[in-house]
Design a protein around this ligand. Structure first.
Ligand SMILES: C[S@@+](CC[C@H](N)C(=O)[O-])C[C@H]1O[C@@H](n2cnc3c(N)ncnc32)[C@H](O)[C@@H]1O
Length: 303
């Protein structure tokens, strides 16, 4: 299926000043940006501290090729690009012969580039229902799940990862529909969800399929499981006094980060630098609406 041609979109990084404040890059130190995206945060770190080094990781090869390679030409001695999943950080750092780092940034979720260019992420573009962030590493697409999971499994996915009130009704309609015709496109799924809900699409409200798309994306990419695997490894590879800065975009991610930080604090291993979650200032949300849901938390490793 042909994708609608669109203008390439550079991801607008969120909370850049706050990231620099909490990461506090210092000369001679090594920082790890595990979600490179379009490289806005990596660039900000490199520019803020001209004597630090950044190792930038992303699961999406296209992001690294499109935005990483030109940045590497600008900072050849100070930026290293690595393709991989942050859930496997320990193995990745071992391969890179890096034993520890002084600060880690994780800006979870999807980049605007993925939403606007890659198949399946946006319900406003008619594309294949794919949603994989790294197709070479992943087999199962959102279409595989929608067409093969049981009604009960779909219900669980929509309830748990989309916190969708009408999860049961939507799961039932999908299972009925797919016996007639497979659901293979974003618009096909979005229309089905509209049909399943009382009231259909209301003007000004979020599209009724938004939560279903979020749930499928989290499930396809194992987003919460990846964060759960990442956090203890990140903490382990941090040097004492090192900082871990995490930006989440929904409450499910933020809960995982918050619980991990509290546990580190209770064990006397970390100081929480953000007693209250940090949100974007109004000034930023005016120019970058996706900053509205960003939540930043930071900790400093004590031992
Ligand atoms: C919100 S964007 C990051 C934007 C970036 N901070 C910037 O300034 O442009 C999230 C990025 O994380 C990447 N990502 C998501 N899950 C990942 C994982 N498990 N391992 C590595 N990268 C991942 C996505 O491919 C995406 O590029």
């Amino acid at each position: 299926m042909q994708e609608t041609p669109i203008t390439p979109m550079l991801h607008k990084s969120v909370l850049v000043e706050e990231v620099l404040q909490y990461l506090d890059p210092r000369p001679g130190k090594v920082y790890l940006d595990v979600t490179f995206g379009s490289g806005g945060h990596t660039r900000a770190i490199l520019e803020k501290e001209p004597e630090c080094t950044v190792v930038a990781l992303d699961w999406d090869k296209k992001s690294l090729d499109t935005y990483g390679l030109p940045l590497q030409e600008e900072f050849p001695a100070r930026l290293r690009l690595v393709w991989g999943n942050f859930a496997l950080l320990y193995k990745i750092l071992k391969e890179q012969k890096i034993t520890s780092v002084d600060g880690i940034l994780a800006d979870f979720g999807t980049s605007q580039m993925q939403i606007f260019e890659r198949p399946g992420f946006s319900l406003y573009r008619d594309t294949e229902l794919d949603m994989r962030m790294s197709p070479p590493h992943q087999k199962t697409t959102a279409a595989d799940i929608v067409n093969n999971a049981t009604q009960e499994e779909l219900y669980e996915i929509f309830k748990e990862f989309g916190e969708e009130r009408f999860a049961g009704r939507i799961a039932r309609v999908i299972v009925e529909e797919r016996t007639v015709k497979k659901i293979v496109t974003t618009k096909g799924l979005a229309r089905l969800v509209e049909r399943a809900l009382p009231g259909g699409v209301k003007r000004g409200a979020i599209h009724p399929a938004t939560r279903i798309f979020q749930a499928l994306r989290i499930f396809v990419n194992k987003e919460l499981a990846n964060i759960e695997a990442f956090l203890p490894i990140a903490f382990k590879v941090l040097n004492p006094d090192g900082r871990l800065v995490c930006i989440s975009f929904h409450s499910l991610e933020d809960r995982v980060v918050k619980q991990f930080f509290v546990q580190c604090k209770q064990e006397g291993r970390a100081e929480i630098l953000t007693p209250r979650v940090v949100m974007a200032q109004e000034e930023e949300t005016k120019t970058n609406p996706s900053a509205r849901s960003a939540r930043l938390r930071a900790l400093r490793k004590l031992l």
